[in-house]
Design a protein around this ligand. Structure first.
Ligand SMILES: NC(=O)c1ccc[n+]([C@@H]2O[C@H](COP(=O)([O-])OP(=O)(O)OC[C@H]3O[C@@H](n4cnc5c(N)ncnc54)[C@H](O)[C@@H]3O)[C@@H](O)[C@H]2O)c1
Ligand SMILES: O=P(O)(O)OC[C@@H](O)[C@@H](O)[C@H](O)[C@H](O)CO
Length: 377
């Protein structure tokens, strides 16, 4: 089979200017911001910077940075990433690109938002080299992601630069939503077969995609099909608690019950009923639609491993499950469903006030097993 590249790609590909740097070249960026940038069709192209592994960089390099996003029946060949760098190998070029573009997008995972993180250091070096404003958009699943990144960057800047950044650089928060599991060899084989070309950088994603961005830009932006808002808080809360909170609860309870993927657990009636009751707790005041969520999680076309969702729980569970539980507790209500999920997690995120409830839930799970416990909700 021939390889996918700019000459073999079916149909024309965009030919834009490098005006965006993306830090964190994972599966999500390729399925989400890269597709939206291509669809915007207004001449913006991306320089994507791999942070750790060189695998995606190598795969893309072998195919002119062109790759496929498979969403259900739809295959989209994406050409909006025009350059791929590895942060560790070409730090000076990363700085140069950061000094030139109009917008930076970031996916560094929740655990990546730390003062000594590589993304913060790259941003500071890039900002030092700039003489005009910049917009830096966090696309990670954490509350107030723009504010968090802004604080980390400001704290890492030396005096002088810090004041300049505070005045000229905008860090909008953003809420991204699209389920994009880690890519498997089987995904690559299946997409290549459907495309009729070998694609070693393909991504499989659900067809649903959304992006809500705080409307505070320092300069121009692509015509992304996104929602721009002055009030991102409610969007963030709803997304993190309903989509991500439910995901995490299913991940820990599902793993404990011996399941491997979200599609498997979403198909178990006891788990489905649990989700309906869970979102009544996590989604208070947020208009939750449990059946729509379950339909997304049950999508047979994507293999989303519970173990992937379960990673880094200490960074994810405070906003996804602990915060709504504490709100219920403050209202003299018992967050029974949330406590079951927290009891299935082997980490230390539970505040003292919740500990007795979580311990009781853990005893129930130990005694009866997960499925029987859920059957008797
Ligand atoms: N995959 C999804 O369904 C999805 C949906 C919405 C939001 N997101 C956000 O995107 C993030 C990345 O998801 P993905 O699917 O691309 O994952 P991935 O594993 O494919 O890629 C993770 C990326 O983050 C980088 N990274 C990992 N740890 C880092 C650290 N400590 N510091 C800096 N960079 C680090 C990696 O190098 C890689 O580029 C998620 O953590 C989440 O915050 C993902
Ligand atoms: O990507 P993480 O690790 O923050 O969280 C795992 C999943 O909950 C997440 O990727 C969802 O699939 C996604 O946030 C849906 O938009």
């Amino acid at each position: 089979m021939r390889r996918l590249d700019r000459t073999t790609a079916p149909g024309p590909l965009p030919d834009g200017d490098l005006r965006i740097v993306h830090l964190g070249l994972g599966a999500f960026h390729r399925a989400h911001q890269a597709v939206l940038t291509q669809r915007a069709g207004d001449g913006w192209a991306i320089c994507a910077v791999a942070q750790r592994s060189t695998a995606v960089r190598d795969a893309l390099r072998g195919q002119d940075n062109v790759f496929t996003v498979a969403e259900g029946d739809r295959l989209t060949v994406v050409g909006s990433i025009r350059e791929v760098l590895h942060a560790g190998e070409r730090p000076e070029l990363v700085t140069a690109r950061l000094s030139e573009v109009d917008v930076v997008t970031v996916t560094a995972t929740e655990a990546g938002y730390r003062p000594d993180g590589p993304v913060v250091a790259q941003l500071v070096r890039g900002l030092r080299a700039r003489d005009r404003g910049l917009t830096v958009i966090s696309c990670d699943n954490l509350p107030h992601n723009g504010r968090v990144l802004e604080r980390l960057v400001l704290d890492a800047c030396e005096p002088g630069l810090r004041e300049w950044v505070a005045e000229h650089v905008a860090f909008p928060s953003s809420v991204v939503d699209q389920i994009v599991p880690a890519v498997t060899e089987e995904d690559l084989r299946a997409v290549s077969a459907r495309l009729g070309l070998t694609d070693r950088a393909a991504v499989v994603a659900e067809p649903y995609r959304s992006w809500v961005i705080e409307d505070r830009f320092a300069g121009p932006r692509p015509r992304w099909d996104a929602v721009f808002t002055d009030d991102i808080g409610p969007h963030q809360k709803a997304k993190l608690r309903l989509v991500n909170g439910t995901h995490s609860a299913l991940a820990y309870l599902g793993l404990l019950a011996g399941h491997e993927t979200t599609a498997q657990v979403a198909a178990v009636p006891e788990f489905a009923e649990y989700v309906r009751r869970l979102v009544a707790e996590t989604g208070r005041g947020l208009d939750p639609d449990a059946d729509a969520l379950l339909a997304r999680f049950a999508n047979p076309a994507i293999t989303h491993r519970l173990a992937q969702i379960a990673m880094d729980g200490d960074h994810k569970l405070p906003q996804r499950l602990v915060a709504p539980a504490m709100e219920l507790l403050a209202n003299d209500e018992e967050p029974r469903m949330i406590c079951l999920a927290l009891a299935a997690y082997d980490g230390d995120v539970v505040p003292a006030e919740l500990k007795p409830l979580v311990a009781a839930a853990a005893r129930r799970l130990d005694r009866d097993g997960v499925t029987a416990t859920l059957r008797r909700l």
